[in-house]
Structures are given as structure tokens and as C-alpha cells.
Design a protein around this ligand. Structure first.
Ligand SMILES: [Zn+2]
Length: 231
């Protein structure tokens, strides 16, 4: 088992980490830029979210303030749009864009958007897969048990499928957000491109996650190929 000590496929892990770093640095830069651009309407993230939910005819979703940075999310179980400090009370293009995006998820939920349902349904198995794939895979390599290696890869695929299903959910939430920001007049025509840039940068982190996982999958396949060749 010398490959465990000297493993050239580790290059793939480093590559995935570099892509992730570059994308999040670019996202942070875009956020910082549009956090300093105040929206003409002066509406805060919370006020924008309220207006969007009302315009969409959604009255059973409440808006909450949560601590942390980039912790904004929609929770379908509690039916809450959760906005972070930098979004809730601020009236920047970044704040309004993120608030609208989370409302986009609330609208998906209200309209029964299928990819959101699929994603919700596979959360438990995806979490289990991402926690368990590596220990099983490594044990399979150490003990030369091909079936264990295959189970590890299968579990990893569950986590990957979750990330892939996340893509349409995120892109669609942003598309709904932009439509609502335009139709409700929360943002003017000159401001919409800024909000689009913020949401586009955020979406890239989900794309980078999928790319990172594909590199990881390639690594697993290369490592598992060795055990098969040993037989
Ligand atoms: Zn989202």
C-alpha cells in the first residue's frame, strides 16, 4: 500500500482546493463591491424580501435575522427566509440581491418546484454519503476489498448528485429573484446588472463545488483502478 504514503492523485485535491479558493475570493470581491452601492429605493434586505413575498402572494413565510457572514438561507421546514446581518438591515445592491434570492427559494417552495423537492428528499442520503464514503473507501484500499471501495464510490456519488441537483435550484432562485426585483420596482433598470453580478458570483461557488467533486471522483476512480490491477 505505498500509494497511501506517496499519492500523486493528491494533485487533484490541491487543484480542487485552488479552484474553490479562487471562486470564493472572486465572490467576496464582488460582494464587497456591491455592498458599498446603495439601492436607489433605499429598501433594506428585509423590506425588499417582504415586498417580494407579498407580490408573489406568499403570506405564510416569515423573515428572520441570523448572525454570521453569508449565512442567508431559506428554510422550507420552518418556512422562514433567514437573512444575515449584512443583508437584513442594509440597503445595498448586494443585500437586496441576496434577500431576493432567498425569496426565490420561498417562491420555488410555494410553487412546488420539482428540483427543490428532489434536493430536499436526497439531503439525508447525501449527508450520509459525504461522511461515510472516505472511511469505507480507504478501508477498502488498505484491506484490498474491492466491494468496500465500490460502496465508498457509490456513497460519494450520492453526495455528488446532491451538488448537481443544487445547480438548477440555485440558478432558478436567482432568475426568480431578478424578475421580482424588476417587476416590483425594488431595483431600477440601471441597478439590475449589479444584482445579477452578485447572484452570478454566488452561483459560481456551487459550480466550483461540482467541479471539485468531479476531480475528487476522478481521484477515487484512479485509486480504485490500482486495487483492481493488483488482483
Ligand atoms: Zn440559494
Amino acid at each position: 500500500m505505498p500509494f497511501i504514503y506517496w499519492d500523486p492523485t493528491y494533485v487533484l485535491v490541491v487543484l480542487a482546493a485552488l479552484i474553490s479558493l479562487a471562486v470564493s475570493a472572486s465572490m467576496n470581491a464582488t460582494f464587497r463591491k456591491y455592498q458599498s452601492v446603495r439601492s436607489l429605493s433605499g429598501l433594506t434586505g428585509e423590506q425588499a424580501a417582504l415586498r417580494i413575498l407579498q407580490a408573489a402572494g406568499i403570506y405564510d413565510v416569515s423573515i428572520r435575522r441570523v448572525s454570521g457572514n453569508l449565512t442567508d438561507h431559506y428554510d422550507p421546514r420552518s418556512k422562514t427566509v433567514n437573512l444575515s446581518d449584512a443583508v437584513y438591515g442594509r440597503s445595498s445592491l448586494a443585500a437586496v440581491g441576496v434577500a431576493a434570492h432567498e425569496c426565490g427559494h420561498a417562491i420555488q417552495d410555494a410553487r412546488g418546484y420539482v428540483p427543490l423537492k428532489v434536493r430536499g428528499a436526497i439531503v439525508p442520503v447525501a449527508n450520509f454519503g459525504s461522511q461515510m464514503f472516505w472511511p469505507l473507501f480507504i478501508m477498502g484500499l488498505i484491506f484490498s476489498m474491492e466491494s468496500l471501495v465500490n460502496i465508498g464510490i457509490l456513497l460519494f456519488l450520492f453526495a455528488l448528485i446532491f451538488q448537481v441537483v443544487t445547480l438548477p435550484v440555485e440558478f432558478n432562485a436567482s432568475a426568480r429573484a431578478i424578475r421580482m426585483l424588476e417587476s416590483t420596482g425594488i431595483l431600477g433598470t440601471s441597478e439590475v446588472p449589479g444584482a445579477k453580478k452578485v447572484l452570478g458570483a454566488a452561483a459560481m461557488t456551487y459550480v466550483a463545488a461540482v467541479v471539485g467533486s468531479l476531480l475528487q471522483l476522478l481521484r477515487l476512480l484512479i485509486l480504485s483502478g490500482r486495487i483492481r490491477n493488483d488482483d
